[in-house]
Design a protein around this ligand. Structure first.
Ligand SMILES: [Zn+2]
Length: 168
């Protein structure tokens, strides 16, 4: 970690308390009008979840990354283990639409996926904290019917299926 990151990480450390039961890092510092933890970095007010993703998940700080919470600590939790990143809301929506089209086109009796399920898959396959094996195990746990590996790979890689693409 660079010296600059180190200094900021120490400031973040001073403002958090760990919930022993949930592992949440609860922010004790300032928050904005949306109730989101904020801190000043290089003279700019930043969302602490973005700073946390930058420090601990190697996400770029300046980009409008979509960092989501996945615990019950709500907005005040800034633990990098409890954050995950969607590529972007737009990409997520595009992938979800594509997956739904594919699910409709399946003729092997697999259940049609709901939007919530698709979003769950997207969250799992894009979780930077999970290994490939973790992802497979988590998908198997979350979905009782087996998912088509092709469906999952398409979500993960954002691949285009030409036979399903609308003509441009
Ligand atoms: Zn949490």
């Amino acid at each position: 970690m660079s010296q600059k990151k180190d200094t900021i990480a120490r400031r973040l450390e001073l403002r958090k308390s760990i919930d022993e039961d949930t592992g949440c890092w609860i922010w004790n510092g300032a928050w904005n009008s949306d109730g989101e933890p904020v801190m000043r970095v290089d003279g700019k007010i930043r969302l602490v979840k973005h700073v946390s993703a930058w420090l601990f998940l190697a996400r770029p700080l300046g980009s409008p990354d979509c960092v989501m919470h996945r615990c019950n600590g709500g907005k005040l939790c800034i633990s990098p283990d409890h954050l995950f990143r969607l590529q972007s809301p737009k990409t997520a929506a595009r992938l979800a639409a594509k997956l739904k089209m594919h699910a409709r086109g399946e003729r092997n009796g697999r259940a049609k996926l709901t939007e919530a399920q698709v979003l769950k898959i997207i969250a799992i396959v894009h979780d930077p904290m999970l290994t490939e094996i973790d992802v497979a195990e988590k998908l198997a746990r979350e979905f009782r019917k087996p998912l088509s590996p092709r469906v999952v790979a398409d979500i993960r890689d954002g691949r285009t299926w030409t036979h399903l693409e609308a003509p441009k």
